[in-house]
Design a protein around this ligand. Structure first.
Ligand SMILES: *[C@@H]1O[C@H](CO)[C@@H](O)[C@H](O)[C@H]1NC(C)=O
Ligand SMILES: *[C@@H]1O[C@H](CO)[C@@H](O)[C@H](O)[C@H]1NC(C)=O
Ligand SMILES: *[C@@H]1O[C@H](CO)[C@@H](O)[C@H](O)[C@H]1NC(C)=O
Ligand SMILES: *[C@@H]1O[C@H](CO)[C@@H](O)[C@H](O)[C@H]1NC(C)=O
Length: 432
């Protein structure tokens, strides 16, 4: 329609022999019509891709990530074009299907009664398909869709939203169960992010439980404070992506559930959530009492030890971290050492924490009382910022580089010359 109007106006102008001025921005199909999400947009669809980049759709436009202007959807997903007659996306989700690697992490778009499947920005063979051929039993002209992996839902599923109905599609059995959640606002888009489920309605969003539909207290909230960077609104996700060459960790640790956290200044980032992208959050969001950053962190028996100056804060880890009563205490009291600490690490299933102070490494046996230094050795490197021990050995971080050792003993012997490696964007989500 738009193309037709444009052509017609151009033809008229030419036919009359009038000099044709440069088309005004809206006729050229850009600028004037470009939506501004900070003005309060009701999104058509929201979904992350295989790299954890979040896409927000509105009409013919999309936004990639939490900041930046809108661009035409067909610049990224080229089949969303005039030929396919697509002016909007009804719903989108990213597939979680570990049983079918060919479908896993694909991003699916729904338009009227058709479905498009993309991976690596390319439309998959055989698409677009009729919805009925790919998702039998799911109604067309959807409002929203979201993945719900096993563990969060009972089985690997997709939730399809239309009106107040939620169609729970089991991707293995291809069966649909329909529920009605009339207490939930009508969602025009739904997204799963960092294990939470968000229904977007107007410029607001509401967090809900993917199985019960129960709404968490404190909602709705204005999306502009959380899911995008807007002037005069809150933090808007993590807007600054540091350069890898400028990274300087304060601390890093992997907890018992396999979550890896890295700390820098007043922020932390989960490093094991690539599927959802890497995002910084204030430390106080997860460890409320730790208000001025950390020097070193380690995890032991479902507890996290965060050290700052002379103090240690011990948190018990469950769904969330809670400070154990009586803490913070002094390092002297808890570990038998004087602060501050440069770095610390504990290897999986071990009881000895390795505390780095200056260029010395001091070992403390956490299974003994009272705690005391059992071993004290000089290290081959100084000015260490952070250290992490895992199945692949010990990583020692210093500025934007790290050194890899097979074990704490090899690090302590210091006789083997190890070349530093650069921190990469794949490790820390920084810019190369
Ligand atoms: C995207 O769509 C617009 C408007 O229909 C069109 O002018 C433009 O050429 C398209 N871009 C691509 C890359 O297909
Ligand atoms: C993704 O697409 C690009 C360009 O189309 C190609 O060079 C690259 O190899 C593809 N990557 C994968 C993982 O398929
Ligand atoms: C958004 O939520 C606020 C309450 O947080 C409410 O007052 C407002 O009417 C809502 N606006 C829309 C467009 O849903
Ligand atoms: C590491 O980074 C430095 C500075 O950014 C650069 O000069 C060097 O080539 C990099 N080394 C490798 C192995 O990539």
């Amino acid at each position: 329609m738009k193309l037709f109007t444009k052509t017609l106006i151009l033809c008229l102008a030419l036919g009359l022999g009038i000099a044709v001025p440069a088309p005004s921005p809206d006729l050229a199909g850009n600028d004037a019509a470009v939506p501004d999400r900070c003005a309060g947009v009701e999104f058509d669809a929201i979904a992350p891709d295989e790299n954890g980049d979040m896409f927000f759709f509105k009409g013919e436009y999309l936004w990639k990530g939490f900041h930046g202007p809108a661009q035409r959807s067909n610049e990224t997903f080229k089949e969303l074009d005039d030929i396919h007659d697509i002016g909007h996306v009804d719903a989108a989700f990213r597939m979680h299907n570990t049983l079918k690697p060919d479908d896993h992490d694909h991003i699916y778009f729904f338009l009227d009664d058709r479905v498009f499947s993309y991976y690596n920005r390319s439309l998959e063979d055989g698409y677009p398909k009729k919805m009925v051929d790919d998702f039998p039993g799911v109604p067309d002209h959807l409002d929203a869709a979201v993945e719900c992996p096993k563990g969060e839902c009972t089985t690997d599923s997709v939730l399809f939203f239309k009106g107040q109905d939620v169609h729970v599609y089991d991707i293995v059995t291809k069966t649909v169960k329909t529920k009605t959640w009339s207490h939930l606002p009508p969602c025009t888009s739904v997204v799963q992010w960092l294990e939470h489920y968000y229904c977007f309605h107007g410029h607001n969003f509401t967090r809900f439980h993917p199985v019960t539909g129960e709404v968490d207290p404190g909602y709705p909230k204005d999306a502009r404070h959380y899911f995008m960077k807007c002037p005069n609104f809150g933090h808007g996700g993590d807007s600054k992506v540091p350069k890898c060459s400028e990274i300087k960790l304060d601390a890093i640790t992997t907890d018992d559930s396999g979550k890896t956290y890295y700390f820098e200044g007043s922020s932390f980032m989960r490093l094991d959530t690539h599927r959802d992208g890497l995002h910084g959050f204030p430390i106080t969001r997860a460890w409320k009492e730790v208000t001025s950053g950390v020097d070193a962190v380690f995890s032991y028996q479902n507890k996290m030890y965060l050290m700052k100056d002379e103090k240690v804060y011990i948190y018990k880890g469950d769904a969330r971290y809670t400070l154990i009563e009586g803490y913070p205490k002094t390092l002297k009291e808890e570990l038998g050492i004087e602060g501050p600490v440069s770095a610390s690490f504990l290897c999986p299933n071990e009881h000895t924490v390795h505390i780095i102070q200056g260029n010395r490494m001091r070992d403390v046996d956490l299974s003994a009382t009272p705690r005391a230094v059992t071993n004290d050795v000089p290290l081959p490197i100084s000015d260490i910022d952070a250290a992490l021990c895992g199945a692949d050995g010990v990583k020692v971080f210093k500025g934007a580089q790290f050194y890899q050792y097979d074990s704490p003993m090899i690090l302590a012997m210091g006789r083997i010359l190890v070349e530093p490696q650069n921190i990469t964007s794949a490790m820390m989500g920084c810019q190369d």
